[in-house]
Design a protein around this ligand. Structure first.
Ligand code: BJW
Length: 235
């Protein structure tokens, strides 16, 4: 059975009402990423960073998975053990749609991390700047998010899955942030087919063997139907 690695980005959650980063009215047009998504920014102004992630956590908790999340969960269930789902997203919409064992390479909004001792726990809806770590008691609570300059999580597992895949699919990601942006080249190097599904093709022509254009809530279910047999190829 074909081994498939799927990488998702903010575009897969856009139709659930969660903002993307680099689109016309994306989060980085309204916030300075060096202030809210770097360890230095957190050290300078933890209250600002907590406000940013508290607001995003509340939005994510109130959002619902869309048809793209549901289709990917359906694909995984139909092909047990052969679909690895890697997401750059920090929301939990894949899980709430029924996906299993989702690899969150940029961390999770719903988890907290102690910057002092590395202990992790479930985040409250609102994280306070002076909240104490339940492990060591120090007031160094931060969101369990991978900021710029930090090493993304589960890299060994992701690279091993890519090295063994037959098909690599990137859905709703601009391909601007590394190391995720380099996964397509890793997959191509070992001879895997590569597919991009995006509202519009990302700007590097020829990076993927095939591109499916359109909103994820329509294109992803149609592609999953195609993979599971029966449906005509998505244009
Ligand atoms: C739709 C749609 C719809 C819309 N349907 N589609 C110079 C060169 C190379 C690298 C670097 C460099 N300088 C610095 C670096 C490294 C840096 C980096 O890549 N910087 C670049 C900006 C250049 N990377 C890092 O620092 C990373 N760490 C690292 O490299 O460590 C070293 C190391 C790695 C590996 C092993 C050992 C060592 C860490 C990166 C952390 C990223 N963090 C963020 C914020 C935290 C999470 C959060 O707050 O949510 O993660 S940044 C932000 O970008 C977020 C996202 O996960 C990430 C990717 O964004 P994504 O998902 O692609 O969103 P957008 O908005 O960019 O795109 C949305 C797409 O959806 C668009 O294409 C739309 O068309 C599409 N779309 N609606 C379908 N309805």
């Amino acid at each position: 059975m074909k081994r498939i690695v799927i990488l998702t980005g903010a575009g897969v959650s856009a139709e659930s009402g969660l903002g993307t980063f680099r689109d016309k009215d994306g989060l980085w047009t309204r916030y300075d990423l060096s202030q809210v998504a770097t360890p230095d920014g957190f050290a300078r102004n933890p209250a600002l960073v907590h406000d940013f992630y508290n607001a995003r956590r509340a939005n994510a908790m109130d959002a619902m998975p869309n048809a793209a999340h549901a289709a990917l969960a359906r694909l995984q269930a139909a092909r047990p053990g052969s679909v690895t789902l890697v997401t750059q997203n920090v929301d939990d919409l894949h899980e709430r749609a029924g996906a299993q064992d989702v690899i969150h390479m940029h961390g999770q909004l719903m988890r907290a991390l102690c910057a002092a001792c590395g202990h992790r726990w479930d985040a409250p809806r609102v994280m306070a700047v002076d909240a104490a770590c339940p492990g060591c008691g120090k007031p160094r609570t931060r969101p369990d998010i991978v900021w710029f300059g930090e090493i993304p999580y589960h890299m060994d597992r992701i690279l091993a899955a890519i090295a063994a895949c037959d098909l690599f699919v990137a859905i709703g990601t601009s391909g601007e942030v590394y190391p995720a942006a380099g996964f397509v080249e890793e997959a191509a190097m070992i001879g895997a087919e590569t597919l991009e599904i995006n509202l519009e093709p990302t700007p590097v022509p020829g990076r993927f063997d095939r591109v499916i254009e359109g909103p994820a809530s329509e294109t992803v279910p149609a592609w999953v139907d195609e993979v599971l047999g029966g449906a005509a190829p998505v244009a």
